[in-house]
Design a protein around this ligand. Structure first.
Ligand SMILES: *Cc1c(COP(=O)(O)O)cnc(C)c1O
Length: 425
């Protein structure tokens, strides 16, 4: 790919002309005068989301309680309906996915159902590079079952603080491991783990495995059934553009539908008998049984519109465009910003099938100050300690010309020493 790119501005414009998704930008609200490359933290609002949100707000206004069964998309079935809508994007059956809770809550709900330590098999295997909330939650799950996180939560180390070695994870899959929970894409470096390989190695050893796909669903296709993943969960507000604090999703492989959920609540009941109000819980025969409470319908409405935009674009086309965007970004950094005095380096995998949708740009000195200057110049990136500027070009709403501008702004910031005014003495 590298050889086909050029560093000039006209080339960026040419890439935009060839972009099969270029007409999707107009489906989003783009913050004025900003280059928004932070869609892996909070995706932008689609006009479709605005419509689905307004529809639900109006239904609340006009129908009140009757909206549960009489709304255009009856609220009572809305979580399951959103699960079915997203299922093809993750390679799952419609009944294996449900929109519910939030990421950390879903982790708790699933891990407390599938972590059954006994005898010598007592450990959860995770990794040191996961998003902290996942580790906090896993620690508490180990404690809740009466075990000791210092011994029973095993974290795969990282040699360089950026990447994990799949082989090393597999070496840690010992007879003492009861459950494995890993991220699909690492939130800092963007490394995409080999989910099918890790899943098959776990299963060879009789270990259950689940993935946090917060940084991959919406930008990468998944094949949960083909890979035979036991369970997965992911958030709705990053690449899925569902809105701040939007409901998350969970996937449970059909073969586990007979597992009794660890955190039960009435929305996990079989829908047909839920309103019999029996005090005997009768779990739904679907991923829906892992729901706990009444769904937040207003938040969920934001997801509906956003999902329809992603489905219209097609996840394969999205991935293809995303890879071209990140390859182009890497190329520009390599060509323009690696030498003195720029000294930027790429902290993400260069192999396409090993990286997610964002790129980590590192700089040994003044990375934070450079990022502040970049913000002042009109770019919305984000910064991750210790020295990482994350750039997440959205294949749905960013342009190649914006990527070109981000790199040239970084160049200016160094050329003109603009970052110096952000140095705290
Ligand atoms: C974004 C993200 C979360 C967020 O957790 P919430 O419960 O939604 O606040 C959790 N885990 C990972 C890996 C994430 O990327």
């Amino acid at each position: 790919m590298k050889d086909n790119f050029e560093t000039n501005e006209d080339f960026a414009i040419k890439l935009d002309k060839e972009n099969p998704l270029s007409n999707f930008r107009s489906k989003f609200y783009i913050p004025e005068n900003k280059i928004y490359v932070d869609g892996n933290s909070l995706g932008l609002m689609t006009k479709e989301s605005e419509k689905s949100l307004l529809r639900v707000i109006n239904e609340w206004k006009s129908m009140a309680i009757n909206g549960w069964l009489e709304a255009e998309k009856p609220w009572f079935f809305f979580s399951e309906e959103l699960g079915a809508l997203i299922a093809p994007m993750v390679g799952a059956k419609p009944e294996e996915v449900v929109a519910t809770g939030t990421t950390t809550i879903n982790l708790h709900a699933l891990v407390c159902s599938f972590y059954n330590p006994k005898e010598n098999r007592t450990k959860i295997l995770a990794d040191v590079l996961n998003f902290p909330t996942d580790i906090y939650a896993l620690k508490s799950q180990v404690l809740l079952k009466g075990y000791d996180p210092a011994k029973d939560l095993v974290l795969t180390p990282s040699k360089d603080g950026r990447f994990l070695e799949e082989k090393e994870i597999v070496e840690l899959m010992t007879d003492a491991v009861a459950l494995i929970v890993l991220p699909s894409v690492l939130y800092r470096s963007s490394q995409l783990l080999d989910i099918p390989y890790l899943t098959s190695e776990a299963h060879k050893r009789g270990i259950m495995i689940g993935f946090d796909c917060s940084h991959s669903v919406g930008v990468i296709p998944h094949e949960f059934n083909k890979w035979d993943v036991d369970f997965a969960f992911w958030c709705g507000y990053k690449w899925l553009n569902g809105g701040p604090g939007a409901p998350a999703f969970l996937y449970v492989n059909k073969k586990h539908f007979n597992t009794y959920p660890g955190l039960t609540g009435w929305f996990g009941n079989n829908k047909e008998t839920q309103f019999n109000m029996s005090i005997e819980f009768e779990p739904a025969n679907s991923a829906g049984r892992w729901q706990i409470s009444s769904p937040g319908i207003i938040g969920a409405a934001g997801i509906e519109g956003a999902l329809n935009v992603i489905l219209e674009a097609g996840i394969e086309t999205i991935r293809k465009n995303s890879l071209l965007m990140t390859s182009y970004l890497i190329y520009l950094i390599d060509e323009l910003l690696t030498n003195e005095p720029y000294n930027f380096t790429i902290g993400s995998q260069r192999e396409q099938n090993r990286r997610g949708g964002h790129i980590a740009i590192e700089r040994k000195e003044y990375a934070f100050e450079v990022c502040e200057a970049l913000k002042v110049s009109g770019v919305v990136p984000d910064f991750r300690l210790p020295n990482i500027i994350r750039i997440a070009p959205s294949p749905l709403y960013n342009t190649y010309h914006e990527i070109w501008q981000v790199v040239n702004k970084l160049k200016n910031i160094i050329d003109e020493k603009q970052f110096k005014k952000f140095i705290k003495s």
